[in-house]
Design a protein around this ligand. Structure first.
Ligand SMILES: [Zn+2]
Length: 211
């Protein structure tokens, strides 16, 4: 077996790019809670009766707890995106352990044991895999980047979804603090529904079966 495949197999249970066996697609939002962006996103999700997953920064959770409560109250999945968005390759062992322990503390008041983590910039190191694996955390990456944090305009973001071959189990990457996101989200949701897709959340185990 080629080394690349071997490494991929070794990592696959911990690092997830999509849920190929799931009948859903997944909207995920990074870098929140954001006092402006998040409420605008929540409104669209509510109006379109859509569930999503929010990968939150610990520092901002402490700053804007009322926004986190609003996400939670609306029935979306809470997940973690590091305390202050430092990439894994800059963290020492003790800091990686501290991140895992923080996950427990930060989400405790929402009555949730959070398992899912998205590493800032999608950067993963062997050491971070080992530490998060020990704590039974899972790294959730994405299979489709909306481009909302890459300076793409509204039209090209919507086009990305239309042109791309979207498949069940795909994980879409958006950002709470990207100004363009609330302007494109409704259209993307409606288009995907019309194409026969349903939206799942990482909170519901049955949505993310990988069997
Ligand atoms: Zn981020």
């Amino acid at each position: 077996m080629p080394l690349k495949q071997l490494v991929k197999n070794l990592l696959s249970p911990i690092v997830i790019y999509r849920f190929p066996a799931s009948p859903f697609v997944f909207l995920t939002f990074d870098d929140g809670p954001d006092p402006q962006g998040t409420p605008a996103i929540l409104k669209i999700l509510d109006e379109t009766n859509t569930k999503a997953t929010f990968f939150l920064e610990g520092r901002k959770m402490e700053q804007y707890p009322h926004v986190v409560r609003e996400i939670h109250r609306s029935g979306h999945a809470l997940a973690y995106h590091a305390f202050d968005h430092r990439p894994m390759n800059e963290l020492f062992l003790s800091e990686l352990i501290a991140e895992c322990q923080r996950m427990k503390i930060l989400f405790r008041s929402y009555g949730q044991e959070v398992q899912f983590f998205r590493p800032p910039y999608g950067k993963i190191t062997i050491l971070s895999l080992f530490v998060f694996g020990l704590y039974n955390k899972r790294f959730i990456q994405w299979s489709v980047d909306s481009g909302d944090s890459l300076g793409c305009d509204a039209k090209s973001i919507v086009n990305r979804f239309e042109k791309r071959n979207i498949q069940q189990g795909d994980i879409f990457l958006f950002h709470d603090d990207a100004e363009v996101t609330p302007r494109v989200l409704r259209e993307i949701i409606i288009d995907l529904r019309e194409s026969g897709f349903s939206f799942g959340s990482l909170q519901r185990r049955k949505d993310i079966t990988t069997a």
